[in-house]
Design a protein around this ligand. Structure first.
Ligand SMILES: Nc1nc2c(ncn2[C@@H]2O[C@H](COP(=O)(O)OP(=O)(O)OP(=O)(O)O)[C@@H](O)[C@H]2O)c(=O)[nH]1
Ligand SMILES: [Mg+2]
Length: 368
């Protein structure tokens, strides 16, 4: 299962209670207070892990709780501090604070898009985990209470006071994954995006001759000569009207909003009586309707299926129509032109601006 948006409830552990206890020993009458402090409650920590590729673990555990600290004990013994509850999330996870919700909603996790318009709902940006192994304390555990040993004074030699542990923080949050990759593949279903990703990386997305084979984003790593590498995101095919929810909709475009460059994969053979130029125009329009900043991202054309007949003329027509755009002509199936594509990709990425990684604080400007 692939989950890229989810609502969770998180609760850090409470601190343990301080202890009320008196020293009792042979030959030490009235030994004085010796109640120790409570232990700290566990924190709830999010950790960005590159081995986690979506938020499905939270689908099964939408209520995240850390343990409470242990209570203090006699002989000035401290209660045990609870370990943090560490939740591994994919790199590229963004967290927003959500409004409190009805209890029942925790049980049926909502994987739908949370409203990102601040008028619809007051949600505040919390954190954007963009780096591997980055950690964030989502809810801090409560401090332990004080034992009665702290309350003795010259006038009160047998104090019975203690304090409760502090409550751990808690809250409702929305988590959303926006994949971080260097380049994103955009194209109609069956254009050959996944075939291409298999060719240029070790990723193994499913390939088949029917539309919407790819149902969720997949990241592949392309290796350039000299140990440089780049990540490429393959997303489900886009069709005209995606912004109205046709096909798989434009839900998955969020996974290329952080790509530095966009690669439009076009079936230049015009299989299934498609017109390559029209395809490209429609794709450009769809991403613009989704997010105008996305259509300003540097973009290139990958003319695919060059092994099929009639592709030379179509390629020429495509190049004439988009004369300012660089094109790489390949056959993802036979591997023709793929070496050259990789060389171009390295050049295109070198030209592109630095990684577009960090989400702005304002969820509205995030392009949804
Ligand atoms: N002849 C030829 N067929 C290709 C080429 N690339 C892909 N195909 C075929 O086109 C079909 C679709 O390929 P996919 O890689 O699944 O296409 P996709 O763009 O990932 O499609 P979705 O995941 O549905 O969006 C498959 O039958 C592939 O074998 C190519 O260069 N030449
Ligand atoms: Mg695919």
């Amino acid at each position: 299962m692939f989950v890229d948006r989810i609502r969770v409830f998180a609760q850090a552990g409470n601190g343990g209670r301080g202890s009320v206890s008196f020293r009792r020993e042979k030959f030490v009458p009235k030994g004085g207070p010796d109640g120790g402090d409570g232990g700290r409650g566990g924190d709830v920590i999010l950790r960005a892990d590159r081995h986690v590729d979506n938020l499905s673990n939270l689908f099964y555990e939408p209520i995240i709780k850390a343990k409470n600290g242990g209570h203090g004990m006699g002989k000035k013994m401290h209660g045990r501090s609870a370990p943090p509850k560490i939740v591994r999330v994919p790199v590229g996870s963004i967290v927003w604070q959500a409004e409190e919700n009805k209890e029942s909603e925790h049980r049926t996790p909502n994987t739908e898009r949370p409203p990102l318009n601040s008028e619809e709902s007051k949600i505040d940006f919390v954190v954007d985990l963009t780096h591997e192994d980055e950690e964030f304390v989502l809810c801090r555990g409560g401090a332990g209470g004080k034992g009665n040993v702290h309350f003795k004074s010259s006038r009160n030699r047998a104090p019975r006071q203690y304090t409760e542990g502090e409550e751990g923080e808690q809250g409702h949050f929305l988590l959303e994954l926006r994949t971080i990759a260097d380049a994103g593949l955009v194209g109609y279903p069956n254009a050959g995006k996944s075939t291409l990703l298999r060719k240029i990386s070790a990723a193994r997305p499913k390939v088949a001759a029917y539309p919407f084979t790819t149902l969720h984003p997949i990241i592949g790593v392309v290796e350039f000569p000299g140990y440089r590498r780049a990540t490429i995101a393959d997303i489900p095919g886009l069709i005209e009207g995606a912004h109205r929810g046709l096909g798989l909709g434009h839900e998955f475009l969020r996974h290329i909003t952080r790509c530095r460059i966009l690669l439009f994969v076009i079936d230049v053979a015009g299989s299934e009586s498609r017109n390559p130029i029209e395809d490209l125009q429609k794709l450009r329009r769809e991403i613009d309707l989704y997010d105008p900043t996305l259509s300003k991202r540097p973009w290139y054309i990958i003319a695919n299926k060059m092994d099929l007949p009639a592709t030379r003329e179509n390629l020429q027509a495509l190049q004439d129509r988009f004369s300012t755009v660089e094109i790489a002509a390949v056959s993802a199936q036979t591997g023709e032109g793929v070496e050259e594509l990789i060389a171009k990709l390295e050049k295109w990425l070198a030209k592109a601006s630095q990684p577009i990684a960090v989400a702005k604080r304002d969820p509205i400007s995030l392009g949804n």
